[in-house]
Design a protein around this ligand. Structure first.
Ligand code: CP
Length: 334
């Protein structure tokens, strides 16, 4: 049984098939491909795009989505094996995953890191435990990566550019007042390199370099495609001749759980904002961001309102790629 936990376990060709089918669904959105199927959507964190696009996508294919927020409108869940459950949690993932599997054809999970201990968070325990105890496919709606966003991102880029091989892809860190999840940044590197682009990670200092696991994957993918992967702390040279600029903010891993100490450091890098001066150095690059985005903090109005910004198209594509993905996973034995 195939889950969709990380794009790293899927071949480029398999991901491309999902994107190609999403392009078909975009032209013909209502089809009974999942008639009478069901999906549980578990949100441990807030969402606008993911929740709406999964619910509407299921509806458009004839399926029913049940949305649950554990700890709010559903019981809090325990994930540690062998734990004495005398705290907040009322039930264990062992039961939750099996019960939901008996009702539903798929289970989708959004579970951000706890932001205290990266060595723990990088185990991605919540979704991995669901995958372990579920007897139906599990979909990652953002944990420490965001593979559904990856599909929508690549689809939007292909719609504008066509073949992405060899394109100069810049992932730039950008300022945000809070330390955010590294998920979309990890995903950006994984997918840009998987689709054969020349990838640059721009971040203020060594402290903001992403986890080695994602750097290794990126290097491996780039080498397989004969492309380069570089890390830069120099804004001018990193933007030079880029074809695509993808922006995201994240907290510095060496300060993980120690965010008060990181804050004054991060506050020195407000100038990483994506603005027109920086975009002018590129090869008329497309700009995108996963959203939500704080205007004039992460990117300026001018950049967001320019014809080169494809963030809305990327957000729309979440609907189409997730429908194609649900169809692939729910009908995988037919
Ligand atoms: N990009 C994204 O996943 O948006 P939401 O957090 O609103 O779901």
């Amino acid at each position: 049984m195939q889950h969709f936990l990380t794009s790293a376990s899927w071949k480029q060709q398999e991901l491309q098939q999902i994107i190609d089918f999403a392009k078909e669904l975009k032209k013909s959105p209502v089809q009974p491909l999942l008639k009478n199927k069901t999906i549980a959507l578990l949100f441990f964190n807030p969402s606008l795009r993911t929740r709406t696009s999964f619910e509407i996508g299921a509806f458009q294919l004839g399926a029913k989505a049940a949305v649950l927020q554990p700890g709010k409108d559903a019981w809090p869940i325990e994930f540690e094996l062998g734990s004495v459950m005398d705290g907040e949690a009322e039930e264990h993932v062992i039961e939750v995953a099996q019960v939901l599997s008996s009702y539903c054809d798929m289970i989708a999970i959004r579970a951000f890191p706890k932001f205290n201990n990266w060595q723990e968070d990088k185990q991605d325990q919540v979704i991995n435990k669901f995958a372990r105890y579920s007897s139906v496919p599990v979909i990652n709606m953002e944990t420490i990566t965001h593979p559904c966003q990856e599909l929508a991102h690549i689809m939007a880029l292909q719609e504008k550019i066509g073949d992405l091989k060899g394109k100069k892809y810049l992932l730039t860190w950008t300022y945000h007042p809070k330390p955010l999840n590294t998920a979309v940044a990890n995903s950006s590197l994984l997918i840009a390199s998987k689709f054969g682009m020349d990838v640059t990670l721009l971040c203020p200092t060594e402290d903001y370099i992403l986890d080695q696991k994602y750097l290794d994957h990126t290097q491996q993918n780039c080498s397989q495609h004969g492309q380069n992967f570089q890390i830069s702390h120099d804004i001018d040279s990193a933007y030079q001749d880029a074809d695509i600029v993808y922006a995201k903010s994240w907290g510095a891993l060496p300060f993980y759980g120690n965010w008060q100490q990181e804050k004054p450091i991060r506050d020195q890098f407000k100038h990483f904002i994506v603005d027109q001066d920086k975009m002018a150095k590129t090869n008329n690059a497309l700009f995108s961001h996963c959203l939500p985005l704080r205007r004039n903090v992460k990117a300026t109005d001018e950049v967001l309102d320019s014809k080169n910004c494809i963030a809305i198209a990327e957000a729309e594509n979440r609907l189409h790629v997730q429908k194609a993905l649900m169809n692939q996973l729910a009908n995988q034995n037919q």
